[in-house]
Design a protein around this ligand. Structure first.
Ligand SMILES: *Cc1c(COP(=O)(O)O)cnc(C)c1O
Length: 226
């Protein structure tokens, strides 16, 4: 593998794809049911291009403004590239987020759900939505508490008519992620949702074993963010 960070990202992508295929096989699942979201946050377009050229089409960014700077150019070169927002969203950025992203993984409170629904109607554009659940009940972390999840999901779907694809979580760093993935899967199942956005570089294989449909992998592809 090349030591040039730009070209080694394509090597990292290859390795991650193989690991996803193996984890899917172990879990008795089809790798086609798992979307790899290549998290390109903080990396410049020159690092992203080789990954696009290697055939990756779904990318994750954590800030609206960064994505606005990087993705118009990249999409111009590659119109079928999809960009997902994986980071926190402020209401005053909802308009830009609806205009730019193909999916939003981080809908974490009633207010942003309402503002997004209004923007989607206004723009007649409906990116997929994932609702973030704070499975570890960490005070510093975004997301609805598990106890409030059912009501939140119901109001997003029925009251706001949001295109809710599934749920998302980020497990506490110091706990067994499998328990959090299993909890997220359970909440999704009892609410009739199929999408599970869970698993990052350190735990995406575990997430796949627990039913992840979207894994968000950054550093294992692009290298460390410095
Ligand atoms: C940064 C980030 C990721 C990717 O993390 P890695 O450990 O680099 O794979 C995934 N999900 C979210 C929400 C992130 O902010």
């Amino acid at each position: 593998m090349s030591t040039d960070p730009k070209t080694s990202a394509a090597g990292g992508l290859d390795i991650v794809r193989t690991q996803i295929a193996k984890a899917a096989l172990r879990a008795g699942r089809s790798a086609n049911d798992i979307t790899l979201v290549a998290v390109s946050k903080t990396f410049p377009v020159e690092h992203i291009r080789p990954v696009l050229e290697a055939g990756q089409r779904v990318f994750g960014e954590n800030r609206v403004q960064d994505a606005q700077q990087k993705w118009p150019t990249l999409r111009n070169d590659c119109p079928d590239a999809h960009v997902h927002l994986i980071g926190p969203l402020q209401s005053n950025k909802a308009k830009d987020a609806v205009a730019l992203f193909d999916a939003i993984h981080s809908v974490d409170r009633p207010k942003i759900a309402r503002v997004l629904a209004e923007e989607m109607d206004r723009q007649d554009r409906r990116p997929d939505v994932f609702l973030q659940i704070n499975t570890g009940e960490e005070p510093q972390k975004a997301g609805m508490l598990p106890a409030d999840a059912d009501d939140f999901i119901q109001s997003c779907v029925e009251e706001h008519g949001l295109p809710v694809r599934g749920l998302m979580c980020i497990p506490p760093a110091d706990e067994n992620p499998a328990l959090h993935f299993a909890l997220l899967a359970k909440i999704a199942a009892r609410n009739g949702l199929n999408g599970l956005s869970m698993g990052m570089s350190g735990d995406f294989e575990t997430a796949i074993e627990q039913g992840a449909t979207h894994v968000r992998v950054g550093s294992a592809i692009f290298g460390s963010r410095g």
